[in-house]
Design a protein around this ligand. Structure first.
Ligand code: 3HC
Length: 286
C-alpha cells in the first residue's frame, strides 16, 4: 500500500516531531490535538524546531516552507479519516489510547493503517479494540525526532507482513534506520534504557554523587551525548515514569520500579525541560 496522507494524533513533544519529519518527507499531514491551545503550542514547537534546522544548515528554507503547506491542524479526530496511515502519539495511558483507536476505527475506512508511537504499551492490546488487527503496528520514534535516526518497528501478534513492509518503507522514506522488534514491553531501546535511567535517580537518592557529577561521569566516561539526569529532563520525568510503571506492571521486576523521588517530582510538576524544571532549572536565563 502506498502512503500519501498521514494523520498524527497528539502534537506534544513526540507528535510535533513526527509531524515535522512526515511533512519534510513529502507527506500531507493532518495533526489533531484535544483543544486549540495545545494545538497552537504543538505547532509552534514544530516551527521552532524547523527554524533550528534552517539555522544549523540542515534544512533549506524552501523545504521548510513547502513542509508548512503540507500540515493541517485540527481538534476533530474525524478529520484524520482520509489518512492512509495514522500515527498516535498521545500520553502513555492505555485507556486513553484505546479510546482514540475506537473512535478512529469507526470513522476510518478498513484499509487505513494504524500505528502507535508508544514507548512501552502493548501494540496487540491496542489493536484488540479495532477491526483492523492485521493493519496495526508500532512505529516508535526517538526524541528529538528530526535528529534521531532510529525507528523501532513493532510487530503485534496479528500484524500482517504487508503492514510491516509498508511501515518499513514509510520509516525509511523519512531517512530513518529501522529495527524490528516483537511486541514486548519497552521494545529494544527502553528495555535497556529505563533501568539505567532509574538507577541514575537511585544513585542520586543514595547520595552517591551530585547530579552534575553523575551526568559528567557518563558524558566523559562513556561518551554519551547527555548524562542520564539531563536525559530524563529531556525526555520528560513524567513520560519516563509512565513508561517505567507500564514496564513494571508487565514484568513485575524491580529493575523497572520507579524510585520515590521520581514519583514525587511528577506529582510536584517538575517534569523536566518542558515544565521549566526537573533535576535542573530551565527557567528564563538559566
Ligand atoms: N533539525 C535537523 N537537525 C537538527 C535540528 C533540527 N531541528 N536540531 C539540531 N539538529 C542537528 C544539529 O545540526 C547537529 O548536527 P551535527 O552534529 O551534524 O552538527 C545535531 O542535530 C545536534 O544538535 P545540536 O548541536 O543543536 O545539539 P547537541 O549537540 O547539544 O545535541 C541532542 C542535542 C541531539 C539532543 C544530543 O544531546 C543527544 O543526542 N542527546 C541524547 C538524545 C537521546 O538519547 N534521545 C533518545 C531519548 S529516548 C526516547 O526518545 C525514547 C522514548 O520512548 C522515551
Amino acid at each position: 500500500m502506498e502512503i500519501k496522507r498521514v494523520g498524527v494524533v497528539g502534537c506534544g513533544l513526540m507528535g510535533a516531531g513526527i509531524v515535522e519529519v512526515c511533512a519534510l518527507g513529502g507527506y500531507q499531514v493532518v495533526v489533531s490535538e484535544v483543544d486549540d491551545d495545545l494545538l497552537k503550542r504543538g505547532l509552534s514547537r514544530l516551527e521552532t524546531s524547523m527554524q533550528r534546522g534552517v539555522q544549523r544548515g540542515k534544512l533549506a528554507e524552501a523545504d521548510a516552507a513547502a513542509a508548512r503547506k503540507r500540515i493541517r491542524g485540527t481538534t476533530n479526530l474525524s478529520d484524520l479519516a482520509s489518512s492512509d496511515l495514522i500515527i498516535e502519539a498521545v500520553v502513555e495511558n492505555m485507556h486513553l489510547k484505546k479510546e482514540v483507536y475506537r473512535t478512529l476505527d469507526d470513522v476510518c475506512p478498513p484499509e487505513t493503517i494504524f500505528a502507535s508511537n508508544t514507548s512501552s504499551l502493548s501494540i496487540t492490546e491496542m489493536a484488540s479494540v479495532t477491526k483492523r488487527r492485521e493493519r496495526f503496528l508500532g512505529i516508535h520514534f526517538f526524541n528529538p525526532v528530526p535528529v534521531m535516526k532510529l525507528v523501532e518497528l513493532i510487530r503485534g501478534l496479528q500484524t500482517s507482513e504487508d503492514t510491516m513492509k509498508t511501515g518499513r518503507r514509510f520509516a525509511t522514506s523519512l531517512g530513518k534506520t529501522v529495527v524490528v522488534c516483537k511486541d514486548s514491553p519497552g521494545f529494544i531501546v527502553n528495555l535497556l534504557l529505563i533501568p539505567y535511567l532509574l538507577d541514575s535517580v537511585r544513585a542520586l537518592e543514595l547520595g552517591i554523587a551530585t547530579k552534575e557529577d553523575i551526568d559528567t561521569a557518563i558524558v566523559l566516561g562513556l561518551a554519551h551525548p547527555m548524562g542520564p539526569l539531563t536525559l530524563l529532563d529531556y525526555v520528560g520525568i513524567d513520560t519516563t515514569y509512565f513508561i517505567a510503571e507500564a514496564m513494571f506492571q508487565e514484568f513485575k521486576d524491580t529493575r523497572y520500579a520507579a524510585p520515590p523521588l521520581m514519583k514525587q517530582m511528577v506529582l510536584a510538576g517538575l517534569h523536566g525541560r518542558k515544565s521549566g524544571r526537573g533535576f535542573y532549572d530551565y527557567s528564563e536565563g538559566k
